[in-house]
Write a protein that binds this ligand. Structure first.
Ligand SMILES: *Cc1c(COP(=O)(O)O)cnc(C)c1O
Length: 465
């Protein structure tokens, strides 16, 4: 098999890309100066770029390629479905077999009481659905004032106007007039970065209690829902202290607040259970899904909705939906993805085999002078970088400088790790083999060593005061 497929030279492709293709979360200058990395193919956990490099993808694309790349079954299902019924909608009392079968399968896998699925094309769309759904739910129940939604700083819920408002990324709110009215953000349970001298348990409880304080401030009769990722992903793989989620659950129950678990990353095996809500022991009314639902082979997302909310929403017409809600090709492909996850017992494998192996490998990096103590749940991990482990100190340089350097050293060693600020994050395909985990760890170690050497050279190992 040839490593390079037949295409223009990399530099020409990069120039065309910079000239015409507007990228998400990218600046023109950097694109023009460095040129985008061009991925030409992928198989298993490895990407191939236009220069023939074989890169281990420790991020599963954007946290989504749970079953790994290049699965022929997925392509065959898509081709068959396109021949049979490439498109039909699910508006106005019509449906089709792929949407029916996928909704049934999702209901089977979801926790008890979550038996209804509203499909969308992405996680952002699904969270936009959720905003309208929870507000409509309370309005239908005769409580239209219950419309405020509480979320968290540094949460990620998508990039549309609604979902970007739910998210708590300050740099996103700074553009385009976000957040929309009626969305409020409390602090996140990131003990490593913000816990100070508290124990993780004290800190988890204190951050959960901010939800109660916010509800009391807004008035219980004005709050519709609380939304959160069971484990924050894009915020830097923030695994809350054990005390956090039980207290959040107690507060939601006590004040009749709907709980929306954004499972876009945690769902479909990432944390060692089908859903992160199971791993963290919570009972949401609505779960947002996307990413791992189709392992990224087709764009599809949705909201899994509890019986009570679905019944109230369905009592009158819910004036909401997307042209591609339940798209038959995307639904058929997602169904095949769920079949593969089950047949290959990939969720059990994360919990019993791959997750523990990744944990052991990453923990071997804890001795590294830059590593502040890894945290991991299932196959979601973070490696915080610090100039001083004991105090969890930040670097004196601008936040993200060191993380970016480390990410560049990872690429140079044919490893994709993302950085969030000065924290490296890992979320490989769930199918990653044990020898591939070893390779991931050895490349990560080399990248960390090179980053350390570079920081020393440039005298950047100083802690912020
Ligand atoms: C990626 C992500 C989304 C947005 O999904 P898109 O498909 O990119 O719109 C929403 N929530 C979480 C937790 C995510 O990680």
């Amino acid at each position: 098999m040839s490593v390079l497929s037949n295409h223009m030279p990399t530099a020409e492709l990069q120039a065309l890309d910079a000239a015409h293709h507007m990228h998400p979360f990218t600046t023109n200058d950097e694109l023009a100066e460095k040129g985008a990395r061009i991925i030409t193919r992928a198989k298993g956990v490895f990407l191939t770029d236009s220069e023939g490099n074989e890169i281990l993808d420790a991020m599963a694309g954007l946290w989504c390629v749970n079953i790994g790349y290049g699965r022929p079954e997925m392509a065959e299902v898509a081709a068959r479905q396109m021949m049979e019924l490439p498109y039909y909608n699910t508006f106005f009392m019509t449906t089709h077999v792929p949407a029916i079968a996928l909704a049934q399968e999702i209901a089977k896998l979801a926790p008890e009481g979550l038996n209804h699925v509203f499909f969308a094309g992405s996680g952002s769309e699904a969270n936009d659905t959720n905003i309208r759904m929870v507000r409509t739910y309370w309005a239908e129940k005769g409580k239209p004032a219950k419309s405020h939604i509480i979320s968290r700083k540094n949460a990620y819920h998508g990039s549309s106007v609604g979902s970007g408002s739910l998210g708590g990324m300050a740099y996103m709110h700074a553009q385009g007039g976000l957040p929309i009215p009626g969305i409020h953000h409390i602090n996140q349970p990131d003990w490593w970065a913000e816990g100070g001298d508290m124990t993780p348990e004290e800190f988890g409880l204190a951050r959960a209690e901010e939800l109660e304080a916010k509800i009391l401030e807004l008035g219980e009769d004005n709050v519709a829902a609380f939304i959160a990722e069971p484990i924050q992903g894009a915020g830097g793989v923030v695994i809350p202290p054990q005390t956090y989620w039980p207290e959040i659950q107690r507060i939601c129950d006590a004040y009749e607040i709907l709980l929306i678990a954004d499972e876009v990353i945690c769902g479909f095996g990432r944390t060692g259970n089908w859903f992160g809500s199971q791993t963290m022991g919570i009972r949401p009314h609505i779960m947002t899904i996307a990413k791992g639902l189709s392992s990224g082979y087709q764009p599809i997302g949705g909201s899994i909705v509890c019986d009570e909310v679905a019944q109230v929403i369905g009592a009158t017409e819910f004036n909401h939906g997307y042209t591609y809600s339940g798209h038959p090709v995307a639904a058929a492909v997602a169904l095949e993805n769920l079949r593969i996850l089950q047949e290959e017992k990939l969720v059990d494998r994360v919990r019993d085999v791959g997750g523990p192996a990744l944990k052991a490998g990453l923990e071997s990096l804890n001795d590294h002078p830059l590593v502040g103590g890894i945290s991991i749940k299932g196959m979601m991990a973070s490696i915080p970088l610090t100039p001083h482990k004991e105090s969890r100190a930040k670097f004196a340089t601008d936040a993200g400088t060191v993380g970016y350097m480390c990410r560049e050293r990872c690429f140079a060693n044919n490893l994709v790790m993302r950085h969030v600020g000065d924290r490296m994050i890992i979320s490989p395909p769930l199918v990653i083999e044990l020898d591939e985990i070893d390779l991931l760890i050895s490349r990560a170690k080399k990248a960390l060593d090179e980053t350390y050497a570079q920081l020393k050279d440039q005298d950047l190992l100083k802690a912020a005061s």
